[in-house]
Design a protein around this ligand. Sequence first.
Ligand code: IMP
Length: 183
Amino acid sequence: MLNDVAKVLIDSATLQKRVAEVAEEISRDFSGKEVILIGVLKGSMFFIADLLRKISIPVILDFIGTSSYGVATTTSGAVKITKDLEEDIEGLHVIIVEDIVDTGLTLNFLISTLAPRKPASISVCTLLDKTAHRRANIPVRYRGFPVEDSFVVGYGLDFKDRYRHLPFVCTLKEQVHERQRAK
Ligand code: IMP
């Protein structure tokens, strides 16, 4: 696994420090209120777990599933809900927690799906922001790190559902992508 890593972009300590800062920012902005964090499965799993534990105001946790890229690492543009929320979000301050915003199509779809449910507000919080291929104008309120235009894995992010468990954010060697293409 570690042999497949090309370059570590964000190490574990840097991730933890920044996540604590974002949690502080959210706690400050929504002081005196309650928020609901909605994690987008599965990539946000470590980010939302760490973020949640550092938030100091009342918070509810829920998850939503969307269709992913499938076999490709570029977006097909088609998004659908694969697992809906359990909570009724009417009147709640919603924070959608994503691992990475790339084209923005997933978040665009999620915002337009959740808005009619009448939450008090909807904010977007993403660990990584990759703006190179943005196709939808997403109001990203909380951003962990900007990332260069490359495919990254680790700390929840996957390539073919693998590499999520790596404790850092990294790129993979070109031969890993080539190996998959050859299959
Ligand atoms: P968007 O709809 O193009 O913004 O795509 C968002 C989703 O695509 C993310 O939640 C990820 O699941 C996936 N994605 C986009 N870029 C990457 C990447 O570099 N590594 C892993 N997954 C990615």
